[in-house]
Design a protein around this ligand. Structure first.
Ligand code: CMP
Length: 136
């Protein structure tokens, strides 16, 4: 079944630092996503810890949160039919070394930490993540 969905996308510090944000946004638009809202921000480590709470038991949690708060990021609400899955396909595998040709992480990712983009992994998390950054 196809339906219009919204998902949260983050352009991570490694990509913003290399001035790849415009290029990555263009890839989303070319692939049929509408950027409904966007903002460039830098978050505190405590906010990154809240955002990535689902990973709090993982061995990489501390490093992950330090990294996300280490520099400016671009957060976006993306909209498209089946946006959550479509975005995950366009991003490619979490580890850029395993990502498929043509995906954003294959093109721009440096490592499993510096993998350039984040995208929500389910409708439930998309709502939580969109509210986290954009709820007024
Ligand atoms: P992201 O989609 O933002 O969600 C959690 C992040 O943890 C993931 O991308 C990776 O950048 C990071 N990460 C670091 N180490 C690992 C790991 N071993 N497995 C999965 N994700 C990892």
């Amino acid at each position: 079944m196809s339906r219009i969905e919204r998902t949260l996308s983050i352009i991570k510090p490694d990509a913003v630092e290399r001035n790849l944000d415009s290029k990555i946004k263009e890839i989303f638009v070319i692939n049929g996503f509408t950027i409904v809202q966007e903002k460039k921000i830098q978050i505190e480590k405590s906010e990154a810890e809240k955002f990535y709470k689902v990973h709090e038991t993982k061995p990489f949690y501390n490093e992950l949160c330090s990294y996300l708060s280490s520099g400016p990021i671009v957060v976006m609400i993306l909209e498209k039919e089946n946006a959550i899955l479509a975005n995950r396909e366009l991003m490619g595998s979490t580890n850029p070394k395993e990502a498929e040709e043509g995906t954003i992480r294959k093109k721009f990712g440096i490592s499993i930490d510096k993998n350039s983009v984040h995208g929500s992994d389910s409708p439930e998390n998309a709502k939580i993540e969109i509210d986290f950054f954009f709820k007024v």
